[in-house]
Design a binder for this molecule. Structure first.
Ligand SMILES: NC(=O)C1=CN([C@@H]2O[C@H](COP(=O)(O)OP(=O)(O)OC[C@H]3O[C@@H](n4cnc5c(N)ncnc54)[C@H](OP(=O)(O)O)[C@@H]3O)[C@@H](O)[C@H]2O)C=CC1
Ligand SMILES: O=C(O)[C@@H]1CCC=N1
Length: 273
């Protein structure tokens, strides 16, 4: 087992852990300085084969000597994992990506104030993640910088001042890629209905989303103005947007994000005890 300031241990080796590990390795972090505590052999084997990192079900083996512990378990299993892991990570900085689980709960379970919460998203897999970060008041500038260096390997980040804002981040950007895929699915299905083939429809839909997002990123103009520039008077876009408004799509979408935010709050209450 290594022991060094750059050693990072992950608790939970699923989707989000893999996205962050992939980012770290691409940026030159040594695989030998990464270990994962993961209870299921299938997942451990995949991590070893895919990333060359150490994976163990034994907390002592995975966590000892880690300067940073990244919590990437489901909110439902966080308390159980924390009980097993806490005795083996004294002195570490903790970074949680779990939706909803409050830093108060983590401080109680882990006996430390050195806690940062992150809400990443799956485009981290391709280095285009968008992550919200919140640091508990006691976290030093050095610890914040350390977390930033890890998260920067997966894309962009922004800090929020109040922990409750992370539930909004979860609803907007954490779950957000699923909304993008949902709209893409609808666009592709409509393209098929109208006589395009699947590959054509997918390419057009994905290219349009990527292009629209890039235009919005590079522009400082209001989003409504960018929309209006597409909407010729009496034209096709006007017909489509009128149909969307008549069906209440914008209101339904806003309602959906509030449902996600509420669920993040509930997860914290239910599984943070
Ligand atoms: N997926 C996403 O888009 C995002 C997820 N998140 C957050 O990331 C966290 C992980 O999500 P995700 O990666 O999708 O989930 P996964 O189910 O892919 O990963 C969780 C992993 O933890 C393992 N695990 C279960 N119990 C324990 C335990 N006691 N100790 C250690 N490991 C354990 C699971 O095994 P098994 O599967 O066999 O139970 C699984 O491999 C969640 O808290 C989620 O809220 C945050 C942002 C985005
Ligand atoms: O659906 C979830 O609960 C997690 C958190 C954000 C994205 N996936």
């Amino acid at each position: 087992m290594n022991s060094s300031a750059s050693r990072i241990a992950f608790v939970g080796g699923g989707n989000m852990a893999s996205a962050i590990i992939g980012g770290l390795l691409k940026q030159g972090h040594a695989a030998g300085d990464i270990a994962v505590m993961e209870p299921f052999e299938g997942a451990r084997e995949r991590l070893r084969q895919h990333f060359g990192v150490e994976a163990s079900e034994q907390p002592a083996q995975a966590l000892s000597g880690a300067a940073l512990v990244v919590w990437a378990v489901k909110p439902q299993t966080f308390a159980e994992a924390a009980a097993a892991a806490a005795p083996h990570c004294a002195g570490a900085l903790h970074l949680s990506v779990a939706a909803g689980i409050r830093s108060d709960s983590m401080a109680r379970w882990l006996g430390t104030e050195r806690i940062v919460r992150a809400m990443p998203n799956t485009p981290a897999l391709v280095g285009r993640g968008m992550t919200g970060l919140y640091a508990r008041p006691g976290v030093s500038g050095e610890d914040r910088a350390r977390v930033e260096r890890v998260i920067a390997t997966t894309g962009e980040h922004l800090w929020v001042e109040h922990e409750s804002q992370l539930d909004a981040v979860t609803a907007l950007s954490g779950s957000g890629p699923a909304y993008v895929f949902y709209f893409l699915e609808a666009m592709v299905a409509a393209g098929l209905d109208m006589g395009l083939d699947e590959a054509q429809a997918r390419r057009l839909a994905v290219g349009t989303f990527a292009g629209g997002a890039e235009l919005a990123r590079q522009s400082e103009e209001p989003l409504a103005l960018l929309r209006e520039r597409v909407t010729s008077k009496g034209g096709t876009t006007y017909a489509a947007l009128t149909s969307l408004e008549q069906d209440g799509v914008k209101a339904a979408f806003q309602k959906a994000l509030h449902a996600a935010e509420r669920r993040a709050q509930e997860l914290g209450e239910e599984f943070g005890r």
